[in-house]
Design a protein around this ligand. Structure first.
Ligand code: ATP
Length: 309
């Protein structure tokens, strides 16, 4: 192949429950994922030997590394090493997923790079093999390949697809300044230690609620699952970013349920239908003037091939 173009979707987490820290530094999670129709575009061209190169274009890409630490480059290099590929690749990523927003932008690019390079280098790996390699790059990468709606155990890589009930009309409140994922998890551990909470019991305590959410996500009425959406990182994210707490409070004053995505700071609000979501977006623009308000629909497809030449 000479040229491959992949679209890779961002995600929101309809629920995120956090257990204890594991030996590898990750936390045990019970985590729900939903792909949204906000896509990064990854173009890959064959290149002669040498390291995989990347160019990032689009808004807010100034702080994203373009060396070997870029997640898309790391994913492509890992695939190359595992499969003993001699060719290299040139990647161009057009960013649309907010950076450091809790929407798995970097993981989506890693997933997109795996899919694109698998085609480009004609490796023939299947989705599960790519998901296994992706899991070594980051906890969200396997889901970014799977897409749609799923529940994850472990660090989020042991995924069970959920059959979607209805389309979800989301309103996203995104902020210019991101939040560091390790800082938010660290803050949660600190808050729990201060309160003497036992993180080993955290996941068992919420299992019934999480099981109920999984069932309700498969039903037509989206108001029921909306009431069960919880993110246990929210308190820690607000402790680090008080403006986030203010935004959540203002939106909550309209009687709307907000859900923090991942480690934030992106907030999602689930509208009942298209018109309601557009009306909520209008309210959010007025209430949180410093934020960017976007509309997104889910569940969308995960990373997928668009053009192969
Ligand atoms: P998650 O939801 O998986 O916790 P996030 O959406 O909060 O992730 P990202 O947008 O993935 O955060 O960015 C996190 C950090 O990763 C940024 O500081 C960024 O510099 C770095 N990074 C490395 N590669 C990429 C990439 N291809 N795209 C975006 N960020 C990248």
């Amino acid at each position: 192949m000479r040229y491959v173009h992949v679209s890779a979707s961002g995600k929101i987490n309809p629920a995120l429950y956090v257990g204890p820290v594991r030996g590898d530094g990750y936390h045990d999670l019970d985590i729900f994922f939903e792909s949204l129709d906000i896509f990064d575009e990854i173009e890959a061209k064959i290149a002669a030997k040498g390291p995989v190169r990347i160019a990032m274009q689009g808004d807010d890409v100034a702080g994203i590394p373009t060396d070997g630490t870029n997640l898309a480059v790391r994913a492509a290099e890992l695939l190359r090493e595992r499969c003993g590929v001699e060719d290299s690749a040139e990647l161009i990523v057009t960013k649309r997923i907010p950076v450091a927003g809790g929407m798995a932008g970097g993981s989506a690019d890693a997933a997109g790079a795996l899919l694109a390079c698998n085609e480009l280098w004609e490796l023939g790996l299947g989705q599960e093999q790519l998901m296994d390699i992706g899991g070594e790059i980051g906890a969200d990468v396997p889901f970014c390949l799977l897409g749609s709606l799923a529940r994850g155990a472990g660090k989020g890589e042991r995924l069970r697809p959920i059959r979607p009930g209805n389309m979800h009309f989301w309103v996203l409140v995104t902020f210019g300044e991101g939040l560091s994922t390790p800082a938010v998890y660290g803050k949660l551990d600190e808050l729990r230690a201060e309160r003497g909470e036992d993180p080993d019991k955290a996941l068992a305590n919420v299992k019934t609620r999480a099981d109920q959410l999984e069932r309700l996500l498969g039903e037509q009425d989206t108001r029921k699952p909306a009431r069960l959406m919880t993110n246990q990182l929210q308190e820690a994210a607000i402790a680090l970013r008080p403006d986030l707490g203010e935004a959540i409070e203002k939106i909550g004053s309209l009687g709307l349920v907000t859900i923090l995505s991942g480690s934030g700071p992106t907030i999602g609000i689930l509208g009942e239908d298209y018109d309601t979501a557009n009306a909520i977006a209008g309210h959010a623009r007025r209430l949180v003037p410093g934020a960017t308000i976007r509309r997104a629909n889910g569940p969308a497809a995960g990373a997928h091939l668009r053009i192969v030449e």
